[in-house]
Design a protein. Structure first.
Length: 330
């Protein structure tokens, strides 16, 4: 795989690249910007189409390499944008592997630092929104919460440009980045063992962070995917005999026997160990993702645990895209 064009004498070796048909782990170690960019571009396509490539990345240190690229690449080198693209492509690779991978591969995505990257993306985005809110005069910031998606993103766009230039080293993350982050978490959080780690293995409870994206001022799609993650967080754990934990995130107590805790009557998803936990949780943000249960859909999906749980995130997403949760049209 030696290519004359990609020879860099100062490195005293040829740069390998990943081609549309050949994955080579070593190409990700290449430090020359253009060959690496080419590799990531091809890899982002392969990670969406090839189970073998996703498997390879999960065992050959490729995932660790991707998260390293994501954590060390500055997204700020305008105008040449090469490293901004490197970041975006590596991000797509990571999300593809997690969304399309098996449970085992998803566990590797979490272990390799993928969730650390996601937390950074989500936290930075919220920080940007907050600084936009405080920078904007109050009438416009309050209208921002009421207006719909199109005008909201216009608003945000306008402010974020001046912010990027004035106060931030790196451009703010885009809504697409947030959407991919939440989608990845929606797939990771389907699995009880990964879910536990999302609760407890990071400086912040990942569900607490995601709950902030359920608030109404986010776009419908963000709101929808954040809701999928939150509802996954309430699923029973079949590896613990079907027990659930208290859905008040600051409590998180486990049931000692199945059906011990009472369900939220409205959504019938969240369960609480006490009335106090329920009211704290409602105030914290459950009110933003509590969706009244549809009697028709629950009848058709309940009862077949394993298959239903594999399909839930995608089903919910498909339904939600067609019928955004906070509009009145159906
Ligand atoms: Zn509780
Ligand atoms: Zn509820």
């Amino acid at each position: 795989m030696r290519e004359q064009n990609f020879c860099f004498p100062e490195q005293q070796r040829a740069c390998l690249t990943i081609t549309p048909s050949l994955y080579d782990r070593r190409a990700l170690d290449c430090t020359a910007p253009l060959p690496l960019l080419t590799s990531l571009m091809h890899l982002s396509l392969m990670t969406s189409s090839s189970q073998r490539v996703r498997e390879a990345l999960s065992v050959d240190g490729g995932l660790e390499r991707l998260t390293h690229i994501l954590e060390t690449t500055s997204r700020a080198d305008y105008p040449d944008r090469r490293s901004a693209w490197r970041w975006i492509l590596a991000y797509h690779c990571l999300v593809n592997v997690g969304v399309r991978g098996s449970e085992q591969i998803r566990a590797r995505v979490e272990r390799s630092g993928g969730v650390r990257v996601i937390i950074h993306v989500l936290e930075s985005y919220l920080k940007t929104l907050e600084s936009v809110d405080t920078a904007a005069p109050s009438p416009s910031s309050s209208s921002m919460h009421d207006c719909h998606h199109a005008s909201h993103s216009h608003h945000h766009h306008h402010h974020s440009h001046s912010l990027a230039a004035d106060t931030l080293d790196e451009p703010p993350f885009r809504e697409e980045d947030i959407l991919l982050a939440l989608q990845l978490l929606a797939y990771l959080s389907k699995h009880p063992s990964i879910r536990d780690r999302l609760h407890a293995n990071y400086p912040i409870n990942v569900f607490t962070l995601v709950e902030r994206f359920c608030a109404r001022h986010h776009s419908n799609t963000i709101h929808l995917w954040a809701g999928v993650v939150m509802r996954n967080g309430c699923r029973k754990d079949d590896t613990r005999g079907g027990l659930r934990r208290c859905a008040y995130l600051h409590c998180g107590r486990w049931e000692s026997r199945p059906h011990e805790f009472a369900k939220c009557r409205r959504c019938r998803k969240a369960k609480y160990c006490s009335k106090q936990c329920q009211s704290h949780a409602w105030a914290d943000g459950h009110r933003y993702w509590c969706v009244p249960r549809q009697p028709t859909s629950s009848a058709s999906t309940s009862g077949n645990g394993a298959t239903a749980s594999t399909a839930t995130a995608t089903n919910a997403a498909a339904t939600g895209n067609a019928h955004p949760l906070n509009t009145t049209t159906t």
